[in-house]
Design a protein around this ligand. Structure first.
Ligand code: NAD
Length: 414
């Protein structure tokens, strides 16, 4: 059955990969639910004199391979299931990228656009006080949608105020001046572009002769679109939450970035025609990059897709049924757990740099990122080949589950 519940989609993939990969059923049983869920409420007196109680979560999915890490999402419709899904994706992503870490995700149900900067700072600090994260060897929160470098700087400061000492590796996605890694902000987009290039080369697609559509023009989508444009690919369609733009001869992505910086939206960019967010999936193109939110490609729109390569920059953008149908149509899907692992990888570098107090230049970060993400792609592809399956997603999950299985066996958990 098709579902847009992204946690159910994650469990479907887990169970399918577990079955095909002959993973110990006890390992799969452990992974049916998170190891630990911390759900709490944050009361806050807002600057305008009003009062609100915010629901907050931190989910540790699995720490079989190491400390739980990453992600704090703030959005108005946040659900616990969404956080659970993101936490299992993070677990698999770390395995896929050979990072000795477990997967976690946190979040606050709030609308950042309705909070003043001062309220946002107090909310973030209250999140840290309520959560009491236990540092680089237990749980390292990072950023996600609705949070960024500034929020992580407040988190780090609150953590250090509580503990009375400096500890940059306790928080990820910090600004470089506070111990963050260079290249962190562009890491996910750069990683997506790197695996996209590898997958296109395998399919004998010449990027300079291809057309691409990118859904989402935020931190990730804008970097992917810019890198595609620089590689000579015609980016013919781009959309964001307000709608989309289309130009069959290609959109000037640098100009679009300036337009978005000025207006906050892609719509009304000169030289393009307006399309709806849904129409982006039917765009005439060879490459499709969903870089917005989950479950956007489903059985209701999968048939319209003309691209032969889909690279999942967003987490969980394709539902289970659509995934099966697209794979049957020989459309290559580079799955989220590989394609968007660049951010998690540079967070790993950030923690490594923080623990050693040695900071790397941008070329070093980018070179190491490219090496790791290409290896993750190769591992997924080789595992899919070993099990004679067309799905890179199942290949990536089997490869990850084999590592989790080994770690759980060695620890004596199963
Ligand atoms: P962002 O908030 O910077 O940008 C999101 C973009 O998607 C914006 O352009 C927004 O307008 C658009 N959008 C939001 N809802 C939409 C909708 N319903 N339809 C169409 N467009 C919509 O976020 P981001 O950091 O670029 O993240 C994008 C995706 O990539 C998310 O799924 C996120 O989980 C995933 N991801 C991000 C990172 C990272 O490092 N930022 C890492 C891994 C995965």
């Amino acid at each position: 059955m098709d579902t847009d519940n992204v946690f159910q989609v994650a469990l479907n993939t887990l169970n399918q990969a577990g079955k095909i990969g002959h993973i110990d059923s006890r390992v799969l049983e452990v992974l049916q639910a998170p190891k630990r869920i911390n759900e709490f409420r944050i009361p806050l007196k807002l600057e305008d004199g009003s009062f609100q109680v915010f629901q907050a979560f931190r989910v540790h999915y699995s720490d079989a391979l190491g400390p739980c890490r990453n992600g704090t999402r703030i959005r108005p419709n946040l659900t616990l299931d969404e956080i659970k899904a993101l936490a299992i994706f993070m677990t698999i992503k770390h395995c896929a990228a050979d990072i000795p870490a477990g997967g976690a995700k946190g979040g606050i149900k709030a609308d950042p656009s309705k909070l003043s900067r001062n309220d946002m700072e107090r909310l973030i600090r209250a999140f840290v006080r309520n959560l009491q994260p236990r540092g680089p060897w237990v749980d390292v929160p990072g950023a996600d949608i609705g949070t960024g470098e500034q929020a992580m700087a407040w988190m780090l400061d609150e953590y250090e105020q509580i503990h009375g000492y400096h500890c940059p590796p306790a928080i990820n996605d910090k600004p470089p001046i506070l111990g963050g890694s260079l290249g962190g902000e562009a890491a996910t987009g750069r990683g997506v572009f790197t695996v996209l290039t590898a997958a296109a080369a395998e399919k004998k697609m010449d990027l300079a002769k291809c057309r691409a559509a990118v859904q989402g023009f935020g931190q990730v989508g804008s970097v992917v679109a810019t890198m595609l444009h620089e590689a000579g690919c015609k980016v013919v369609a781009v959309s964001d939450v307000f709608g989309g733009v289309y130009a069959p001869s290609g959109i000037d992505i640098n100009g679009l970035s300036e337009h978005v910086a000025e207006t906050g939206k892609v719509v009304d960019f000169p030289g393009t025609e307006a399309i709806s967010n849904e129409e982006i999936f039917a765009a005439d193109c060879e490459i499709l990059v969903p870089a917005a939110v989950q479950s956007v490609i489903h059985r209701g729109n999968e048939k319209q897709i003309k691209a032969s390569l889909i690279v999942e920059a967003a987490n969980g953008p394709v539902t289970t049924e659509a995934d099966e149908a697209l794979t049957k149509r020989s459309i290559t899907i580079v799955p989220d757990v590989v394609a968007n692992s660049g951010g998690a990888t540079v967070c790993h570098f950030e923690r490594t740099q923080g623990l050693s107090d040695e900071y790397w230049d941008l070329n070093t970060v980018n070179r190491k990122l490219e090496q790791r993400i290409l290896k993750a792609y190769k591992d997924a592809s080789e595992t899919a080949g070993e099990f004679n399956i067309p799905s890179l997603r199942i290949g990536a999950w089997i490869h990850a589950l084999q590592k989790l299985e080994r770690a759980m066996q060695l620890r004596g958990w199963v």
